[in-house]
Design a protein around this ligand. Structure first.
Ligand code: ATP
Ligand code: ZN
Length: 298
């Protein structure tokens, strides 16, 4: 493997994670030019390129050194840790949770089947596309059951008679309900993560990783945050501060020619709904503004 100077990130080509992953990188100030075969995206500003692939291939591409990082579901990353690579398995880590692609790997059974905990699965056939994670979970609970590995359409297995239970990814539960299945246990909580080898590169690519992490943290820090700005009598500052969601430390600014009054600014962890604003106003604030926050650099 020739050392590369540019950082290469593996991403899902098309699927649930593609759009939010692109959006996140855009918010990190990265832009790309796509190759004609739509497999490769060349970074325009920073030395960071993308390789667009099936999500299941991402852990192995990182382990083989074809890519340095990947944006992939925690479920796929952990499934690789359970079953991938075999002896040659390079340990991978999740550097950051990315705040999208939230779902859970769940056990579900037909509506009418009783479930009183993992022991109810003893001796059953369980259909799944995540055999490694399911086996690990069954072992942890000391349950002997038969794992039936399917590439897709896991939810129809009970009706086809090929399994009595399933272990599948669930977001809202509507797919399960549509197949008369009932979610009964959670194997893994997942979201999209930034995956990397446990040993990060120490060359130029390491610098690019640091830059990316700094920007991701900047985007993350202000995700859902709002800047609240208001005017208030100096004596009411403490009362207002107690009402701020997430208990941020407000900045208090002097106003020219108005000694008794100050401007207060606070980065709130919450959107601040009308009710919260009304309560803050009742505590003595006026001229309230709730401002969006684009990015932050500590
Ligand atoms: P690919 O062609 O890349 O293999 P895929 O069909 O395996 O696509 P998607 O269905 O797009 O992948 O799911 C990608 C990831 O999105 C999952 O691995 C999981 O982390 C996450 N995800 C979030 N909600 C769900 C859901 N309801 N069902 C499946 N995956 C979900
Ligand atoms: Zn996949």
């Amino acid at each position: 493997m020739n050392p590369r100077e540019r950082l290469r990130i593996a991403m899902q080509k098309s699927g649930r994670l593609s759009e939010p992953a692109f959006e996140l990188l855009e918010r990190c100030g990265l832009s790309f030019r796509q190759s004609r075969d739509k497999l490769f995206c060349y970074g325009e500003g920073e030395p960071i390129d993308l390789l667009l692939v099936r999500d299941d291939d991402i852990p192995a591409l990182i382990a083989q050194g074809v890519c340095d990082l990947g944006i992939v579901g925690r479920n796929v990353l952990e499934e690789y840790a359970c079953t991938g690579g075999g002896e040659a398995c390079v340990p991978l880590q999740a550097l950051r949770g990315l705040g999208f692609g939230a779902c859970r790997l769940a056990i579900a059974v037909p509506q009418e089947r009783a479930y009183a905990g993992p022991q109810s699965l003893r001796g059953l056939r369980i259909a799944t596309s995540s055999p490694g994670l399911l086996r690990r979970w069954l072992e942890r609970h000391g349950i002997a059951a038969q794992v039936v590995t399917l590439a897709g359409s896991v939810e129809i297995a009970p009706r086809l008679g090929t399994a009595e239970a399933i272990c599948d990814l669930v977001q809202t539960g509507s797919t399960l309900a549509a197949h008369q299945l009932r979610e009964v246990d959670t194997v893994l909580e997942s979201e999209a993560v930034l995956a990397a080898p446990c040993a990060l590169p120490v060359d130029e690519r390491g610098d690019a990783i640091e830059l990316l992490l700094r920007r991701l943290d900047g985007v993350n820090r202000v995700r859902g945050s709002r800047l609240l700005q208001l005017l208030v009598e100096r004596s009411a500052v403490d009362a207002i501060a107690r009402l701020l969601p997430g208990a941020p430390k407000p900045t208090v600014l002097e106003l020219a020619g108005q000694p008794g009054e100050v401007m207060l600014q606070a980065l709130c962890s919450d959107e601040l709904d009308w009710r919260q604003l009304e309560r803050i106003k009742q505590a003595g604030a006026r001229e309230l503004f709730v401002l969006p926050v684009e990015r932050a650099l500590a």
